[in-house]
Structure formats: C-alpha cells, structure tokens
Design a protein around this ligand. Structure first.
Ligand code: IYR
Length: 248
C-alpha cells in the first residue's frame, strides 16, 4: 500500500483506515481521482469562481429566445452530481418548455400569489422584507422564459414494484442540488430565479408527479431580457458570515 495514513515520523495518522479491509472486500471501491495543486493555483481558481458567482443575479424578466434542450440537460446533469444522504439522490428535475404547461403553471402560481400578496397570507413583516425587491403576484416570466425547471424532492423512494424505502437528509440533499443547478446555469451564461410560489403543491398535479415527490423550488431559465434591471443589493461582508476558530 502507499503511505496513506502515515505521518512523517511514522506514527499512524489514522488508526481506523477507510475503507477497512473487510469493507473493501465486501463492496467495490475505486481510487479517488485527484490532482493536488499549489496554494497559488487554488487562490487563482477560487478567486475566479468567487468573481463569477458574484456576477450571478436573480432575474425577473427573461427573453423569450429559445434555449436548446441539451443545455438544460447538461445543467441538470451537473446538479445531479450533488452529494446526498446515503447517496440516494432524492430529487427529480422536471424541465418544461411546453407553452400550454407553462401557462397552467403561471395561472396556478399567480392564483396562489394573489392570496399571498393581496389577501394577506404574507404578513406585514414579510411584505416589508420584500418591499425593496418589489415582487408582486404577477408572474409573466413563467410563460416568457423558454424553460421552467421544477425541482422535486423525493420524500421517500418509490420503487417500480410499488415498495418504498426511506430517503435521508432530503432537504439538505435537494438544496445542494439546487445550488449546483443555479451555478451551472450561471456558468453557461444563462439566468434563472429560484422561485417558490407558495404553496407549491399544484406543481405535483400539473406535472403529474408521483405521491412521493414534493415541489422544492422552481427555476425559470433563459437569457435575461436585454437591459433588465435588478435590485441594487450588496452581499454581506466576509466578516459577517464567517467565524474562524483557529485556536489562537
Ligand atoms: N413566493 C412569492 C413571495 C416571495 C418570497 C420571498 I422570501 C422572496 O424572496 C421573493 C418572493 C413570490 O414569488 O413573489
């Protein structure tokens, strides 16, 4: 074996090796493909990722220009690399470009949002928090954007024979997949908006999804409408979001 687990002085770094010989005899394992790079390279890489991520903005007016289906498929493939509890990958992405289905989704979403905004299902504090975004119950972008990608969480696994199995950390797993989807869409040069027309149960009916699936978030995806404006928001400074415990 390599020097895995050996400290320079020869003292064992790990007493319990992963995988244990028993585990490796029982289940398949493969070498982790990894190319170690120096600190400067890592700094360059993370800085270019940060700068790109910082250019991402949620957009509320999309261009109707079509987006090829293979780009949506590639973004979902990237998102589906997300880690998940017990590697269950408890998510389903439903990508909609059919205009009739998009219209039904818009209609149902606007009905829910009408109750939220105009019949006070969102209380005053909530509406106040949204004031600077200026969102309202109009959701035209749901019809204009060439794609609506609806992400469902699988509350449990439903096997083809009808039997069920538990899923684990479903929200955490699906949330990470949502983040990767957002990043993939942004990296390829498209725009999106994590949209949660609340309550979202209608999406299961409209999209004819099985009982184990619950809508998690919906992403209109497309090119931004040229000249679109976004709220002038600042992101929190690092010191507001990071606490370092370094023992000094
Ligand atoms: N779902 C509503 C309300 C809404 C809520 C939050 I929190 C937002 O950050 C934005 C909107 C809507 O989509 O308008």
């Amino acid at each position: 074996m390599s020097d895995l687990g050996q400290k320079p002085e020869g003292r064992a770094l790990y007493r319990y090796h992963y995988p244990s010989p028993e585990l490796a005899a029982r289940y398949p394992f493969v070498a982790h493909e990894h190319q170690r790079v120096d600190d400067r390279t890592m700094r360059d890489r993370v800085e270019s990722f940060r700068a790109s991520a910082d250019r991402r903005r949620s957009v509320r007016m999309f261009s109707p220009d079509p987006v090829p289906r293979d780009l949506i498929e590639a973004a979902v493939a990237a998102a589906s690399t997300a880690p998940s509890g017990a590697h269950k990958q408890p998510w389903t992405f439903v990508a909609v470009s059919d205009p009739a289905t998009k219209s039904r989704i818009r209609e149902a979403a606007e009905a829910e949002e009408h109750t939220n905004y105009l019949e006070n299902r969102m209380n005053a504090e909530w509406q106040e928090a949204l004031a600077r975004l200026g969102t309202d119950h109009h959701k035209e972008f749901l019809e204009v954007a060439p794609w609506l990608v609806v992400l469902f969480e699988q509350r449990y696994e439903l096997r083809p024979d009808g039997s069920t199995r538990k899923n684990y950390y479903v929200k955490e797993s699906t949330g990470i997949a949502a983040g990767l989807f957002l990043a993939a869409v942004h990296e390829m040069g498209l725009a999106t908006l994590p949209h949660t027309p609340s309550p979202m149960a209608f999406l299961r009916t409209v999209l004819d999804r099985p009982e184990n699936e619950r809508p998690f978030v919906m992403f209109p995806v497309g090119h931004p409408l040229p000249g679109v404006l976004v709220p002038d928001l600042a992101r929190k400074a690092l010191a507001e979001v990071l606490v370092v415990v370094d023992g000094t």
